[in-house]
Design a protein around this ligand. Structure first.
Ligand code: ADP
Length: 626
């Protein structure tokens, strides 16, 4: 693109982050740049070009009714007060009366096409936005500024075609202005100057108003995200419904929402007040313009023998002139105002997708492959504390590595770095001796079959949730359901594998329990059968028997694959080839279960504590209340 907005900034910790606070000014130059950017964006679509062409033709046509309404009433009066030719009168009247009808008919036929195209293109632009948003670097979620820009880019994407509408309004107004100007050119120049002066004053008021609107909208967007995405979600979504009821959080959050809405209202009222004040100023400036016009025209009629017909033409011409000129200024100011939003849209769409812009090498993972974390350190964006410190570990191609360690010791972060959700702060991660960033991002991601503790289920059918595609291999899914203990469930479901998950869009949908959901997530990972399985507490919602059964099944099914398993349940550890004990962001102990147990270190302590917990029978003094 011709205009490249700067899309990085350095934060207080010296980190380069992918956005910069907006310093956009509504100058003419910036307005031209942002308008051109958006116009190019629209015109790259074939439908965008036809939409623009139709709009231009309509803009040219719009001048016609404008001239008719300005000139014809005056012509009729002139005819009535002078020659009184019936035929001419009938023609003038006919044109005047039929113009609005013809106008409506043209609108009827073009309106549907334009609206349909507008909706179609808006959906397409929103898809561009959705693609970009879904590919944004995972770490972008750490920055509220980026989230604000993201939300506002959504608004701009849905209104992208407004730029064509506004430019065409401008074109139509400019043509109208030229026509009307030729009519009033014969009138006193003083009236024209007064009119232009008034329009100039009005434009200053409007510009100030627009800037104020923008500032308050920006201020409000922070609140709206809090209200819309957070509080509303908590109150009205099924995910929170249980706790909201049991902890009786309804009133608590409803009151919080109420207070936030009141705060938003206080900001909104600033806009209302500015708008009301501006209305008064507008009426004052218009009063001056009208006063000058009427005094002048009455003077001309009384003392300079101007005919009533011509007076009517001049009057409507000057009023039209003012209206058109105001239209031009407003169209420009609208473009300048939307320039602020477009600027943010540009920042968002031009934001580098850092992970996608890395290497292009093709990754391979087989039993001879080696994944190596070499002195990897990491701190989360915006945070000064290292979560991983000089971590080094090697995983072989068909090895099962189990990672254990206390909460917060960095296990999940390790998986996030391995899957390239974040870049290491220091050190490097290698696959077959090559830095993982040198591999094509999508191909690299395809190496993993993950099961996260906070797995996601989607509003798709059961089968689609496993296959994550709309063309699921149902036979294979049924087999996997057997392996993962889901067979009975599927048989019970009203539409079997085609049953929708959740009841949000289908009242016959089913609501999976935590354990069922987790089994589905496991079946999904097996279905995708990628070379590396990542299991981050995959059985936390399963009972110990089911867990043991799943682990054993799983182990049998992935014998030749690489797997990294994070778990607190040390029973699973015995299935692993190697165990790494994470402590405070580094590998404190490493070896087989037997080796580690013999070391009498952290692992032995963890294992014994857990084993004791299960072994200890209730003592006779431990009463059981029934
Ligand atoms: P574990 O999986 O071992 O429980 P994690 O890797 O999830 O540990 O977390 C390690 C540390 O990183 C914790 O102190 C946690 O609070 C911190 N942490 C996790 N995610 C973020 C984040 N997005 N931003 C800042 N700190 C985080």
């Amino acid at each position: 693109m011709a205009y490249s907005s700067k899309t990085t900034m350095v934060n207080d910790n010296g980190e380069v982050i992918p956005v910069r606070k907006s310093e956009y000014k509504q100058t003419f130059r910036n307005t031209v740049k942002t308008t051109k950017y958006m116009l190019d964006y629209v015109l790259k679509e074939k439908k965008g070009r036809t939409y623009a062409a139709a709009k231009v033709i309509l803009s040219l046509y719009k001048v016609l009714p404008m001239v008719v309404y300005t000139v014809f009433p005056g012509l009729i009066i002139t005819e009535l007060t002078n020659a009184r030719r019936i035929q001419r009168l009938a023609v003038y009247l006919g044109v005047l009366i039929f113009t609005p009808i013809i106008d409506r008919i043209i609108n009827r036929f073009t309106g549907e096409y334009l609206q349909r195209t507008f909706n179609h293109l808006s959906a397409k632009f929103l898809r561009d936005y959705d693609y970009h948003s879904a590919k944004m670097d995972y770490e972008s979620f750490e920055y509220p500024d980026i989230q604000t820009i993201n939300e506002r880019a959504f608004v701009t994407a849905s209104n992208a075609l407004q730029v064509v509408d506004r430019l065409c309004a401008l074109l139509s107004a400019l043509l109208g202005l030229a026509t009307i100007f030729s009519i009033i050119a014969t009138l006193n120049i003083f009236i024209v100057i007064v009119t232009l002066l008034i329009i100039y004053l009005n434009s200053i008021i409007t510009k100030r108003l627009n800037t104020k609107y923008y500032e308050t909208e920006k201020e409000m967007s922070k609140y709206q995200r809090y209200i819309g995405s957070s509080l509303m979600f908590v109150l009205h979504d099924i995910w929170f419904a249980k706790e909201v009821r049991i902890f009786d959080l309804g009133d608590y959050f409803a009151d919080m929402l109420y207070n936030k809405r009141l705060e938003v209202n206080n900001i909104k009222i600033k806009n209302t007040n500015s708008s009301l004040n501006a209305q008064i100023l507008f009426s004052c400036t218009n009063f001056i313009q009208q006063l000058c016009l009427y005094i002048y025209l009455i003077y001309m009629v009384l003392f300079r023998s101007l005919s009533i017909g011509h007076m009517t033409i001049y009057m409507s011409a000057v009023n039209q002139f003012a209206e058109i000129f105001n239209g031009i200024i407003n169209s420009y100011l609208d473009l300048a105002k939307s320039g602020l939003m477009i600027h943010e849209f540009m920042q968002f769409m031009d934001m580098p997708l850092k992970q996608y812009e890395t290497g292009t090498k093709e990754p391979v993972l087989d039993k001879n492959s080696i994944i190596e974390f070499r002195n990897v350190s990491f701190k989360y964006p915006g945070s000064t504390a290292y979560v991983l410190k000089n971590l080094s570990i090697t995983i072989h191609g068909s090895e099962k590595l189990c990672i254990v360690g206390h909460n917060g010791s960095g296990k999940t972060t390790f998986i996030k770095l391995l899957t390239r959700l974040y870049f290491p702060t220091d050190g490097e991660i290698l696959l077959n001796g090559v830095n993982i960033n040198e591999y094509d991002y999508e191909k690299y991601q395809a190496l993993f079959s993950p099961v996260f503790q906070d797995y996601s289920l989607y509003m798709l059918t059961f089968a689609e949730n496993i296959a994550l595609s709309n063309d699921p291999d149902k036979e294979r899914i049924l087999e996997l359901c057997k392996e993962c203990g889901l067979q009975e469930l599927v048989e019970r479901l009203l539409n079997g594998l085609d049953t929708n998950v959740f009841k949000v869009i289908d009242e016959e949908g089913f609501q999976p329990s935590g354990g069922e959901g987790q089994r589905m997530a496991i079946a999904r990972a097996l279905y995708h059968s990628a070379p590396i399985y990542l299991l981050d507490e995959p059985t936390a919602s399963l009972d110990p028997m089911a867990e043991y059964e799943i682990y054993t099944q799983f182990n049998n099914m992935i014998t030749d694959k690489c797997a990294v398993l994070i778990t607190h349940r040390l029973s699973a550890v015995q299935l692993a080839d190697k165990v790494a004990v994470f402590d405070n962001g580094h590998v404190a102990e490493y070896g087989t279960h037997a080796e580690l147990y013999a070391q009498n270190g952290i692992y032995t302590e963890m294992f014994d504590k857990q084993a004791q917990f299960y072994r200890d029978k209730p003592k006779s003094e431990d009463k059981v209340d029934m």
